[in-house]
Design a binder for this molecule. Structure first.
Ligand code: GRG
Length: 291
């Protein structure tokens, strides 16, 4: 059921993403090709789906939030391209294919990431059919969650590996690196739908808890899954000598912690009176995923 729903969403999101990037008939074809290659080569599309589901949960049944959902996926894909670069995690494989820099070279991959980040804001600004005050507020959330106090802060803490003296430090890094874009997804969904402050707080609580569960599962899969399953290099955390929750607690305890955060995320949904089936199934799917 959830697999089918994800597939339907994915088809619609991918069609829109394809339209939103330039075609590869330009003089600057290499960077366009690289951006299209990374954006359109798979991915679960979790962040756009969460945004669209919160929009629906707040009573909206139209397609007006799709541009914003695609903008978020562009930022996510840029972060993956940059994360794979030799100066960061140095990974050769992403979404089952050679990572962007392996296929197009480092300079082009760097620029493809920059292009996706910048085009995300162009895309979000072209949102139609929604009160411009909600669009503007959402652009603020997107910038804040992706920026220096958001995902970027998480990435530098991860790279420097200096503030991770305790489990709490590691969880803080997860909540920034992974949780912030999920927070953007949930919060923007509610904001674009004109949701109130109580709904915004519940959406943030859902995303913060889901983000922790999601990253813990990501760490577990890094040690237990195969390259074929994940479509990316495995044991990357060991290779890069990263401190993870799994290294601190072991697989069993880490799984329990991911369960706990998923349940807390699901509790936050009780604030909403609409149909929570998809978000509930999606959260459980993410907890039990093997890729
Ligand atoms: C600005 C130079 C520069 C780099 C930015 C911020 C950043 C690099 C990277 C973000 C860090 C990152 C990759 C966090 C991990 C989050 C995570 C678990 C990603 C995988 O998400 P999935 O499983 O991937 O949703 P798919 O492929 O399904 O979209």
């Amino acid at each position: 059921m959830i697999d089918l729903l994800i597939k339907e969403y994915k088809n619609k999101i991918d069609t829109r993403l394809d339209m939103l990037l330039p075609q590869s008939d330009k003089q600057y074809k290499s960077v366009v090709d690289a951006a299209r290659y990374s954006l359109l080569s798979g991915g679960k599309r979790i962040r756009p789906i969460i945004l669209l589901e919160f929009y629906k949960l707040c009573g909206k049944n139209d397609d007006c939030a799709y541009n914003f959902a695609c903008a978020l996926e562009m930022i996510h894909t840029y972060s993956l391209i940059h994360d794979d670069l030799p100066c960061m995690d140095d990974d050769d494989l992403r979404r089952g294919k050679p990572s962007c820099h392996k296929k197009y070279g480092e300079a082009t991959a760097l620029l493809a990431g920059d292009a996706l980040l910048t085009n995300a804001f162009l895309t979000a600004s072209k949102t139609m059919g929604i009160d411009f005050r909600y669009v503007s507020e959402s652009i603020g959330y997107l910038s804040a969650c992706a920026g220096i106090d958001g995902m970027i802060a998480g990435q530098i803490l991860d790279i420097e590996d200096i503030f991770k003296n305790s489990l709490e430090d590691t969880l803080l890094m997860y909540s920034l690196k992974t949780g912030k874009l999920l927070k953007a997804a949930a919060l923007i969904g509610v904001t674009l739908a004109g949701g109130d402050e109580t709904q915004k707080s519940a959406a943030i609580s859902y995303a913060e808890n889901l983000g922790l569960a999601f990253q813990i599962i990501d760490d577990i899969l890094d040690t237990t899954a195969t390259e074929e399953q994940l479509g990316k290099t495995v044991n990357s955390d060991d290779k890069n000598d990263k401190t993870t929750v799994v290294k601190r607690l072991g697989i069993e305890e880490s799984k329990k912690l991911a369960d706990k955060y998923t349940n807390a995320a699901l509790d936050s949904l009780n604030t909403f009176s609409g149909d929570k089936t998809t978000l509930t199934e999606l959260s459980n799917y993410l907890l039990n995923r093997n890729s």
